[in-house]
Write a protein that binds this ligand. Structure first.
Ligand code: NI
Length: 255
């Protein structure tokens, strides 16, 4: 059974069939899903979905691409939501210097730092998004020695991975590792201790091969797990079992 540690079911791409699709996941072998928010509003939506489905949990936070929505009221709203029993992380938060329309780096850094502080105060782990901001992201992460986290859809170097592993952090991987041009992430996975690996779909995007280009959902997470198994030289069953245990430990969801 699989644990999809990152899927955005608030996306409008699921408006036609959201509830049936999520309800069908246990019979497709997906026993747990983390659904992270990107704004206060989508974080509230994530909590509502988690209340509806026993196998779905939420993370709450403001995504770097949505930093322009940040305010003291948003911060208070996230703080209230974080006390909900099905909220298992602050996320998705971080820095994204790739998209030119995103808020300036200074605002992104402030919003990221404030949410790291929220994680420290609540004792929740964080789900970090980093795109083209490797150094600044790691600089902020290092300031919070008592906050644990995961770099989702890891795309960094093996050097940064070593730093993160030393700090006790996790790395998680998407369908990108099944793409033909994937190389760097595969090297990182070959090196990475098995107890630091989690899997995710980042649905509705990044659908793994052989379904690349289609709408993604948690049912496709098995292709990510199978690729990990191949890279680590273990059976697909072991990869599924270990990544699920890693997710349960990290997000504090005991059996
Ligand atoms: Ni995401």
């Amino acid at each position: 059974m699989y644990f999809d540690t990152h899927a955005h079911y608030g996306s409008e791409l699921y408006d036609e069939d959201r509830d049936q699709l999520i309800a069908s996941m246990p019979e497709k072998g997906v026993e747990l899903i983390i659904n992270p928010g990107c704004t206060l509003e989508s974080s509230m939506g994530a909590v509502a979905l988690a209340e509806k489905f026993p196998h779905v949990y939420a993370a709450v936070g403001v995504h770097p691409s949505d930093c322009h929505t940040w305010s003291d009221e948003v911060e208070e709203g996230l703080r209230k939501l974080s006390a909900h029993e099905k909220v298992k992380a602050i996320g998705e938060i971080g820095l994204d210097y790739y998209w030119k329309d995103n808020a300036p780096a200074d605002l992104q850094k402030e919003v990221f730092t404030r949410q790291m502080e929220l994680a420290r105060q609540t004792g929740l782990p964080v789900i970090v998004h980093n795109r083209d901001a490797h150094k600044d992201t790691l600089d902020i992460v290092r300031q919070f020695k008592d906050v644990q986290g995961v770099y989702h859809c890891y795309a960094g170097s093996i050097e940064d991975a070593k730093v993160l592993v030393k700090m006790g952090w996790m790395l998680s991987f998407t369908g990108v590792i099944t793409f033909k041009n994937a190389r760097k992430a595969l090297e990182v996975i070959r090196w990475l201790p098995m107890d630091r690996i989690m899997i995710e779909t980042d649905s509705p995007y990044l659908t793994p091969e052989p379904f690349r280009g289609k709408r993604n959902d948690s049912g496709y997470v098995r292709f990510v797990s199978e690729k990990i198994a191949e890279l680590k030289g273990i059976t697909p069953e072991e990869a599924a079992r270990i990544t699920t245990e890693n997710g349960r430990r990290f997000f504090n969801i005991p059996r």
